[in-house]
Structure formats: structure tokens, C-alpha cells
Write a protein that binds this ligand. Sequence first.
Ligand SMILES: NC(=O)C1=CN([C@@H]2O[C@H](COP(=O)(O)OP(=O)(O)OC[C@H]3O[C@@H](n4cnc5c(N)ncnc54)[C@H](OP(=O)(O)O)[C@@H]3O)[C@@H](O)[C@H]2O)C=CC1
Ligand SMILES: O=C(CO)[C@H](O)[C@H](O)COP(=O)(O)O
Length: 496
Amino acid sequence: MSESASSTPSNATAQESSADTGLAQIGVTGLAVMGSNIARNFARHGHRVALHNRTVAKTDALLDQHGSEGDFVRTETTEEFVAALEKPRRVLIMVKAGEPTDAVIDELANLMDEGDIIIDGGNSLYTDTIRREAAMSERGLNFVGAGISGGEEGALNGPSIMPGGPAESYTSLGPLLESISAHVDGEPCCTHIGPDGSGHFVKMVHNGIEYADMQLIGEAYDLMRKALDLPVDKIADVFREWNSGDLDSYLVEITAEVLSQVDAETGTPLVDVIADAAGQKGTGRWTVKSALDLGIPTTGIAEAVFARALSSATDQRAQATGLAAGNLASSPADPDTFVDDIRNALYASKVVAYAQGFDQIAAGSQEYDWNVHPGDLATIWRGGCIIRAKFLNRIRDAYAENPELPSLLLAPYFREAVETALDSWRRVVATAATMGIPAPAFASSLAYYDALRSERLPAALTQGLRDFFGAHTYQRIDKPGTFHTLWSDDRSEVEA
Ligand SMILES: NC(=O)C1=CN([C@@H]2O[C@H](COP(=O)(O)OP(=O)(O)OC[C@H]3O[C@@H](n4cnc5c(N)ncnc54)[C@H](OP(=O)(O)O)[C@@H]3O)[C@@H](O)[C@H]2O)C=CC1
Ligand SMILES: O=C(CO)[C@H](O)[C@H](O)COP(=O)(O)O
């Protein structure tokens, strides 16, 4: 059954070509929050879309509510779904990551032909994507792991899309995906990232940065509340104001919205009745695990993941609430200045989080030989995704100027911006510590910055200790070679 479009297709050519056969140009299976909105987005852009969901009621609900928005093909079984697609078939899977995705891929692959394309748009672990792509390729199928960000609103109005997989697939798929992605300054927020798992890898790190961003925002809010005793509606105003400057970003914008929400039942700010135990579905944790494997210090992201974990340890926290706080400092004397300090600390820490995320992407790209271009990511993250922010334009400029940038913190613009924020940043971290307010992401970002800029680190002592207890050897700064000190003998040094 095909329901005819009542909206004006914005891609008339695509519409005409599929009108002849009645076949759909793309199929979407998994019609929950993301899939249903992406399907509508495709349809609104004039593409005929085959719809499929394990539970048919979801397909029907979508057609009932939005069937008039475009040209949809309703299907019930996977067989019907696959048969409804023009060749080469393109299927977008938007189901839960992990086993459900494997199950859906298997079912589809058994019904598809050589040259067809399976796109996994869920938040899949990139190593699963590498495995799946290899398996599909053996069967002659093209498999594209595509990170998609934007949540419900982005999925409908234009997400940021990070497709990996074979470059050939992008030739056929790219125009379709680009047509539904967000656009900034006329450029689509979608580009081919690289082979196999690269799309899901960069989406994973995107989510890691999202975690860090949200944790930093949370710490800024907490400091305004606890150090300055500002009421929630005033804090909402502060975020609103910040959103018109350097911090202009989706997450800062929606922070003002969330803080402005009043609970209908109690009449208090909604944020005060939401349980303070943050959930997580896995992408932040995966980012940190991968960072550990790659040896990249993504400290801001790690602190954010651990902060969520600690928040969720509700029993343990309940038993620890009486622990001593020591002698606490009083509130900063000038609240307005301290609010400015928090803004500067937020900005500088945010730059660190992005710098670390981009370092991880560079390391992942090198490890897997993906040739990911950081400037491309800054470009496609400017719109549609959850971490979209004005300053991504600056990141894009930085990589355009020097594609081999050793760290974002060394780009002239960010170097100067962080230098300007530095005194504020130190005051905020010091105040948080002396007032007993946890600010792990602010503090660890500053510590990272200080470590990065240090000429000498105490790692020399670590090396000495390692050599002492385990004869692990060390290098010297004044001559080449590997050395060991005979610690339990006469303590003379030998070349190892
Ligand atoms: N929500 C968000 O903001 C974002 C989500 N994502 C990712 O996109 C994907 C979809 O997310 P979302 O829309 O939130 O939906 P969910 O992650 O809640 O997944 C629900 C969908 O998965 C289907 N499903 C679950 N198990 C199976 C199975 N064994 N076989 C077939 N289908 C199954 C459900 O079918 P049924 O209706 O029959 O239960 C339903 O369509 C996920 O991978 C998610 O991580 C990516 C970006 C943002
Ligand atoms: O991918 C996303 C946004 O980019 C999803 O919203 C994801 O679920 C967020 O992660 P978590 O649920 O762990 O906070």
C-alpha cells in the first residue's frame, strides 16, 4: 500500500523516478523516536519511504499521525519491506544498539541482493560495525555504519550524519542523506567519514564530548546555586545570556529552557524534583574505554562518565551524606564577577573537552587507517547535532589553517581565548575546592591544561620508581639509550 504525498516534495526528481515503479527509495526499520522522525524527514524531502517496525502498531501510529506528510509505503513483514524497495535497495536501521541490531541485520541480509546497502543509524559500538561490515561485504552487501545525532527534533528537521563504510556506497547514499541533514551556510551536516567503523567511532566521541559538555554545564549551574545562592530562574537567565556570546550552543540554549521549567504539581523548578541520578546508555563509557586503549587522555569525558556513575550510586551517597566537609570558605564577595569567572571556566574547559575528543579521533583514525579529517567533523557538527555550537566554526578554521594541529589548544584563536579565561578558571576551581562543591570536570580540565603546558612532569619520578621496583628501565634527557640503576646493589647506572 502506498500513501500518496500531500506535501510538496522538495526533491521532485527523486519523487518522479520512484513514482513509475511504486518502489521506495529508502526503507526505515525501527520507528521509535529517531526512526519515525527520520522517516518523516525523508518523506518531507520528497523521497518515497518504506516503513517497517517489529511492532506494527508503531508503523500505523506514524501513518495515522503523519501519513499525509509524504509518500510512505506501509509494510508489516521484513519480506514485504525489502520487496517495497527500488534497487539497489537502501535500508536504514534505527533500532536499539547491540543484539537487536544484529538480529535485524541478519533478517534483512537474508533477503537482500548483491549491491544493496544496509545503513545502521543507531548508536552502535564501532567495533561491532567493523565486524558487521566485514560480514556483509563477504555476502556482497554494502554496510554503512552511520552515526546520527540530533535527537527527536534533529531527526525530523535535519540531523548531523556521520556515515562510514565503503566510499562507493556514499556515491549512491550521500545525496539522499545530505538532503535530510541539517545545513549550515548552505553546507550539509553530512559527509563520508571513512571506511568501516569510522562513522560510529566519531559519533561515539561526539557523544563523549556531549557528556563532558553537559557535565561542565552542570558544574557551572551547581556553582551558581551553591556558591552564590542564585535562584534557579536567575541561573536560567544567565545561561540565556551566555547563549548569545562565545558559548552559543544547543546545550546552553536548552539548559536555559530546562531551568525555566516549573513543575506543575509542586510549583517549584522542575530541576528540583528530578532525581539527581544521571542515566547513560553506553556511548560515553565506550569513549573512555577506547581512549584508554588508544592512550589518549580524555579526562573531561572520563570525569563526566564517572560523575554520572557517582550520581547513580544513590544508596552509597545516602550513607555518605554526613561525611565531614572541613572548614569551608564563604561565598565569593562579588557575585557578578564570579558568574563571569564561571563563564570563562566553562568556555576554557569546553575547549579542553573538544581538544581531547579531536585527539582521540586522530588516534583512532591512525590506529584503523581511516584518514578522518578533523575539519570535516567541525563542519558537520556545526548544525543538527547535540554538541552544535558557534565555536565549531573556530575549530573548522583552526584545522583549515593547520590540518596537522598537534592540539586544538595550540590553535592561535583557542590559545588566546584560554589565556584570557585562565585567571577566572583558576579562581573557579579554587573556590569550588575551598567551598566543598564538586567540580571534577572543571578541575581536571585545568589540570590537563597545566600538565600539557608543563616543561617537566613528575613522570620522571614515576620512571625512577618503576625502575626501582621492577627494573623497568628509563631514558635520560642528556644522552640516548635505555638505562637501569642497580638500586639493590651499589646504585650505579648500567645501560640496559
Ligand atoms: N533517542 C535519541 O536521542 C538518539 C538515539 N540514537 C540511536 O538510534 C537508535 C534508535 O533510538 P530510539 O529511536 O531512541 O529507539 P530505541 O533505542 O528506544 O529503540 C526502539 C526501537 O528498536 C526496536 N527494537 C528493539 N529490539 C528489537 C529487536 N530485537 N528486533 C527488532 N526491533 C527491535 C523497537 O521495536 P518495537 O517497537 O517493536 O519495540 C523500536 O523500533 C538507537 O540505536 C539509539 O541509540 C541515536 C541518536 C539519538
Ligand atoms: O546519541 C544521542 C545524542 O547524540 C542519544 O541521545 C544518546 O542516547 C545520549 O546518550 P546517553 O543516553 O548515554 O546520555
